[in-house]
Design a protein around this ligand. Structure first.
Ligand code: OGA
Ligand code: MN
Length: 215
């Protein structure tokens, strides 16, 4: 008999970028991946964000789960627009293709069991911030990985707006400051990693933020 299992028939090529993200997550709860999106992809996504923004489709971000929202300006000051994959424009489709490829890779190699995803554009106007927090809600622990992709053109360190991560290692807390540079993606464990967005001092800070969720 010449039996081959389904797994032998499926071609599997290791993806070095995704492997880097996985080993970072295993070692230190977060990964910073520059060039996850190239500058052309970033500028097209930025244009899509602006098209929605001029149509006033953004709303003040709230805290709490989608069904239990409180608008709280002393905690977070960004404006958001939830992306709908079924209504995506061409640049957003390219975005979701990469996201889905990463999802499939994580499910296949790490058995992460990601079943749902949610993503929103975010605009932080000057003087806004997001205080230190965890990306999980009291009544919903399905968020496993947080994902942020920055859409800023030529972000200057003087503009502030750093993402600060507080990873724990052997009982001590570290502080990692990350600038929101174009095409840079940060992925981290939603349930354990506290983080904040430092005040934006000048310019608008643009991003897509999302979560990979289990059932
Ligand atoms: C969030 C968040 C980080 C960032 O939206 O929950 O923490 O760098 N965003 O925008
Ligand atoms: Mn967060």
């Amino acid at each position: 008999m010449n039996e081959t299992s389904l797994f032998d028939q499926l071609e599997f090529t290791e993806n070095p970028v995704y492997e880097g993200i996985i080993s970072d997550l295993q070692e230190r709860q977060y990964s910073v991946c520059d060039g996850f999106f190239d500058l052309e992809e970033v500028s097209e996504l930025r244009e899509s964000l602006h098209r929605k923004h001029v149509l006033s489709q953004f709303k003040k971000a709230a805290i709490g789960s989608k069904t239990n929202e409180i608008v709280e300006r002393t905690v977070r000051g960004d404006f958001i627009f939830w992306l709908n994959e079924a209504e995506a424009d061409p640049s957003e489709n390219r975005f979701f293709r990469k996201i889905n490829e990463l999802t499939n890779y994580l499910n296949r190699t790490c058995f992460m069991g990601i079943l749902h995803k949610e993503f929103h554009y975010a605009i932080y106007p000057a003087k806004t911030f997001y205080k230190r927090h965890l990306d999980t809600f009291q009544n919903d622990d399905r968020r496993k990985l947080s994902f942020v992709c920055y859409l800023n053109e030529d972000w200057n360190a003087k503009n502030g707006g750093e993402l600060v991560l507080y990873p724990q290692k052997d009982g001590t807390e570290n502080v990692v400051e990350i600038l929101p540079l174009a095409g840079r993606v940060v992925i981290f464990e939603s349930q354990v990693l506290e983080h904040e967005v430092k005040p934006v001092l000048a310019c608008e800070r643009l991003s897509i933020t999302g979560w990979f969720k289990t059932r």
